[in-house]
Design a protein around this ligand. Structure first.
Ligand code: HEC
Ligand code: HEC
Length: 254
């Protein structure tokens, strides 16, 4: 659990600041000397030993204490019931701790190919998010639950927050597959919107222009289809699909 040690002081200071900014009647909270309900971590750990682990959890998942504990965000920590198991995320986190233990046990059976063994941590998967999904999976989930508009807003929000942090791959594939799942449902307007956004994000990729051209073709916009297949070929002269489609369009087959 050593990775949690670095930087925890800053976090602890934040916790204290939050607690001290509360009304005078709120009791100041301190880490318990003897935690009463440790089931996975060593039972005899003190609160001081627990502190870097808990603050590490919040950073690994990008959440506050209330994500896993019973208590309201913004309320003093003295009003929380940390020993309670009523928040289902606490049990999920216990399962994760055990899983991580198993993974690291398994990794120990490998002879590492580099100078040192690579361990896994909570943040190896989570990278600042409570539910670690690929960008494609996450956009698909939002799209199916709440529609295209929300999915595109979500894309922008994720890009603003996570771009360059390694949590998501903002390469062309995520929007490309979202666009194709719309196309599969004959939502060509939706697909065009998604592919236009992708072209904006990856203007040097022949593949994204090819997808956009296909959506225009399916929508019946022949001229635009030709324009974008040509653009795709310019960027990627080996795109045989674009060449074929252009021939077919010229012959009036589409
Ligand atoms: C990702 C989930 C998660 C987050 C976030 C989290 N905790 Fe925990 N916490 C746990 C789990 C799981 C346990 C119990 C570990 C066990 O059973 O070994 C625990 C136990 C505790 C305990 C011991 C309670 C007792 O008496 O048994 C305290 C105190 C605690 N957490 C404080 C905090 C504080 C303060 C924060 C915010 C800075 C925090 N935790 C954030 C999951 C979390
Ligand atoms: C091997 C990858 C991996 C590792 C390592 C990992 N997690 Fe997870 N975690 C996941 C996945 C995947 C989910 C989503 C499960 C789902 O909702 O289907 C998840 C979900 C969770 C959740 C539920 C969050 C929510 O809002 O639904 C908690 C809490 C959690 N993890 C805590 C932890 C903690 C704490 C650690 C380190 C001890 C950890 N995880 C390590 C992959 C991982």
């Amino acid at each position: 659990m050593r990775q949690f040690e670095t930087g925890w002081t800053i976090f602890a200071a934040t916790v204290i600041l939050v607690a001290s900014g509360t009304p005078a009647f709120a009791q100041e909270w301190t880490w318990p000397d003897h935690p009463e309900n440790l089931q996975v971590l060593p039972e005899n750990w003190t609160g001081q030993r627990l502190r870097p682990v808990m603050t590490g959890f919040t950073r690994a998942l990008g959440v506050r204490c209330s994500h896993c504990h019973v208590g309201d965000d913004g309320q003093p920590l003295s009003t929380y019931d940390f020993a309670s198991d009523d928040n289902p995320n606490k049990e999920r986190a216990r399962t994760m701790l055990k899983m991580l233990g198993d993974i690291n046990q398994t990794l120990k059976t490998l002879e590492p190919s580099g100078p040192e063994r690579v361990n896994m941590w909570c943040h190896t998967c989570h990278r600042g998010r409570p539910r670690p999904m690929t960008l494609g999976e996450e956009l698909g989930e939002v799209y199916h639950a709440r529609g295209l508009e929300t999915a595109l807003d979500h894309y922008e929000a994720l890009r603003d927050r996570f771009y360059g942090r390694g949590a998501y791959d903002f390469g062309e594939d995520a929007l490309n597959s979202l666009g194709y799942s719309l196309m599969a449902k004959d939502d060509f307007d939706g697909a065009v919107r998604v592919f236009l956004l992708n072209v904006e994000q990856s203007p040097e990729s022949g593949n994204v222009y090819d997808s956009l051209a296909e959506a225009y073709m399916n929508r019946g916009d022949r001229q635009l289809a030709i324009e974008y297949y040509e653009r795709s070929l310019e960027l990627d002269p080996e795109n045989d699909n674009a060449r074929e489609q252009l021939k077919a369009l010229a012959a009036g087959e589409h």
